[in-house]
Write a protein that binds this ligand. Structure first.
Ligand SMILES: [Zn+2]
Length: 83
């Protein structure tokens, strides 16, 4: 797959949202984004690949536990330290 962050004409780095190359002026139309699903679709399919049912996907429990340890202390200190 072609590198979307570079101009297909001069290979200079370009903004993914630029309408044209700033160096050589080549058109950078949105067709270059049609090669695959969007980020949202890929993230969604990644999450759906973690589990196959409506219940908590495998692994997500540990993610929640990790989030609790990362942010639970901060939340508690915020509640009891500021109120
Ligand atoms: Zn260019």
């Amino acid at each position: 797959m072609a590198d979307r962050s570079r101009c297909p004409n001069c290979k200079e780095p370009v903004s993914p949202f630029a309408a044209g190359c700033a160096v050589c002026g080549a058109d950078l139309d949105t067709r270059r984004w049609d090669a695959g699903p969007g980020l949202g679709n890929r993230v969604g399919s990644w999450f759906s690949s973690l589990g196959s049912g409506p219940s908590l996907p495998y692994g997500m429990g540990w993610v929640l536990v990790l989030f609790f340890f990362l942010f639970g202390g901060a939340i508690l200190s915020f509640l009891f330290g500021w109120v």
